[in-house]
Design a protein around this ligand. Sequence first.
Ligand SMILES: [Zn+2]
Length: 250
Amino acid sequence: MRLTVIGCSGSIPGPESPASCYLLEAEGFRLLVDLGNGAIGALQRHASLYEIDAVCLSHLHADHCLDLCPYWVARNYGPDGAYPPIPVYGPEGTASRMAQAYGLDENPGMTRAFSFATLAPGTCQIGPFDVTLARMNHPVETFGFRFRCGNRSVAYSADTGESPALVELARGADLLLCEATFLTMPGLPPDLHLTARQAAEHAARASAAQLVLTHLPPWNDPARTTEEAAEVAFGGTIVRATSGQSFDLR
Ligand SMILES: [Zn+2]
């Protein structure tokens, strides 16, 4: 299984990275996890737009889903005409929200390019991945994921405040891709995002092997993000995500 960070900028695109988007590949299957603003551009450095097999959206905040709009354009109006639909997994209401975002009538909306499927907590199969889903602690319906293929697994926090469910998803995972939006300071809003320290605490509780800090807003000092996470007693390695970086899990 290979994970490539397409976009890791938190809340808005930054000068060095699009907003949230990750490419997960196994057995020749390419799954996009989140498709935040700017992601479609950087994605083309790593995969053809027409070789993506499925898209999975954790939630419907703009920085996690909005580039489904340009992707719809690419699949509808590509040089070879319209491409056959691929599955897009997302929370309840994804199809109508994306139609609204582009200003399309809801029928057919984007359904000629994408076959929309609604996510629910529990387990499902996406291509070669056994997927476990749980609701995260965020103001809109948001799913965290654990993707397993063979004996390797990657967990992804999406956006979340502190969450026991995230610890369960990440239990013993080879890699936890965890949001670290905040730096510790007084008056942070609860139930929204994690600090870098809290991300490391979740990874430690889950005994994940590797922590990749992501969803990093461009206004944060990256060195402080790393320092905060490193203060936690965590036995695994900690990496700050950058756009274009890949992780091979064999
Ligand atoms: Zn969000």
